[in-house]
Design a protein around this ligand. Structure first.
Ligand code: URA
Length: 410
């Protein structure tokens, strides 16, 4: 039986967007289906992306694109009570918030089915961090995820092939055609995957600064507004906060080092900025932020973390993988005040050591990375250690050059 959407043609859709006209929800749904079914060529899909990039999309069009991409695959349904929530960060350096947030939110009575990604380039990925825990599996099947969510209240797993396949196809084409930095395309890409998690509520951390996807605060605000409006338009209570990513978050960069810091935070002993950002993302108002903070400081969420790690096959008490790295201290060459710890260069330094990957599928080293000993604004003496480099078989000299450029004293 022919569907009404079958009345559209590729030419109509492309010509309308080329000429700056708004597309209907039905045209957009038809086009996304046609991309997934390969009824449009790669060239036609690339032209669509380029026209959207240049002409933009109205809010209703972006909602339609998001929903069509979400519905290109499986939309999860959870057999649990309690509000189903998650957060998404646009990515940064040293950003281990998810590791703290999921068990803490679960401890507060919410259900957190967190689907996470791997690092690519200078920003880290939650799955790579978790895999520094011996035995931790990030590829649990959906039936097991159902029971982990019911029993533990949270999980942290990788994306299945069935989740928003349209995004995988379109994202790869965007990479090839320089159409990544388009607010409607970024919005639909991020939200299609998050909405496929079957959420009631989504909290977004939109980062700005040298180490972030959006370099300026106004650009991050524009993305945050789009994400919130489209998320709400798609029927999920969505909120966003902007957070700076000029310097790394917390004191560590690198997979095992970040797990160690997140665990300290879950025991109530983490750096203040990590605890503050985590609680700010959880709380819908000041009272909820305070409640999250009190619980975090009490260390109660650590037990929940241990249960989640065990449910994923990991051993929460075993030494993390990648131990035995060599260390190298970077010392202050004079006294002064720390003016900058550039997130981008420090992220690149950790990447050069092997903490990140150049191409999807490459292995990362769990143990390498950087441990900072100072924050921006600290006074230091000549000869004082500024950071420790954990290195293995590669990248030390390049990393040291990047670190030299990243740290500025005044
Ligand atoms: N992250 C995504 O998932 N998609 C984008 O387009 C950008 C960042």
């Amino acid at each position: 039986m022919a569907s009404p959407a079958a009345a559209h043609t590729v030419e109509q859709v492309l010509e309308a967007k080329r000429d700056g006209k708004a597309l209907s929800a039905s045209q957009i749904a038809w086009f996304v289906d046609a991309v997934v079914d390969e009824r449009v060529s790669r060239a036609q899909a690339a032209a669509f992306l380029a026209f959207v990039m240049v002409r933009g999309m109205e809010r209703d069009e972006t909602v339609a694109l998001t929903l069509a991409m979400r519905d290109s695959g499986q939309v999860m349904r959870w057999q649990v009570d309690g509000p189903i929530v998650d957060k998404h960060s646009t990515g940064g350096v040293g950003d281990k918030v998810s590791l703290v947030l999921a068990p803490l939110w679960a401890e507060l009575g919410f259900r957190v089915p967190m689907i996470s990604g791997r690092g690519l380039g200078h920003t880290g990925g939650t799955l790579d961090k978790l895999e520094a825990i011996p035995g931790f599996r990030t590829d649990l099947p959906i039936e097991r995820l159902q029971s982990v969510l019911a029993e533990v209240g949270c999980f942290m797993n990788g994306q299945t092939a069935e989740l928003a396949p349209a995004d995988r196809l379109l994202y790869a084409l965007r990479n090839e055609t320089s159409t990544v930095p388009s607010i409607p395309l970024i919005t639909a890409s991020i939200l299609s995957k998050k909405l496929a998690e079957g959420l009631d509520e989504l909290s977004l951390d939109v980062k700005f600064g040298r180490g972030a996807f959006m370099q300026s605060r106004p650009a991050a605000q524009q993305l945050a507004d789009s994400l919130v409006q489209v998320g709400q338009g798609a029927g999920v209570r969505t909120r966003a906060l902007l957070s700076p990513m000029h310097a790394p978050l917390g004191m560590t960069i690198g997979n095992a080092l970040e797990v160690e810091e997140a665990v300290a935070c879950l025991k109530g002993q983490g750096p203040a900025e990590l605890a503050e950002l985590t609680c700010a993302l959880i709380g819908r108002d000041e009272a909820e932020v305070q409640r999250a903070r009190t619980l975090l400081d009490s260390g109660a969420a650590y037990e929940r973390w241990c249960r989640m790690v065990r449910a994923h096959g990991g051993d929460p008490h075993a030494p993390l993988l990648g131990g035995g790295c060599s260390t190298h201290d970077v010392l202050a060459d004079r006294q002064g005040e720390v003016e900058a710890l550039d997130a981008l260069d420090l992220g690149r330094a950790a990447f050069e050591l092997g903490a990140g990957r150049r191409q999807a599928g490459e292995a990362v080293h769990p143990g390498v990375g950087l441990r900072l000993h100072v924050r921006v604004g600290d006074r230091v003496q000549a000869g004082q250690p500024l950071l420790t480099v954990y290195h293995a078989d590669r990248g030390l000299q390049t990393a040291l050059t990047l670190i030299g450029a990243a740290i500025r004293l005044r």
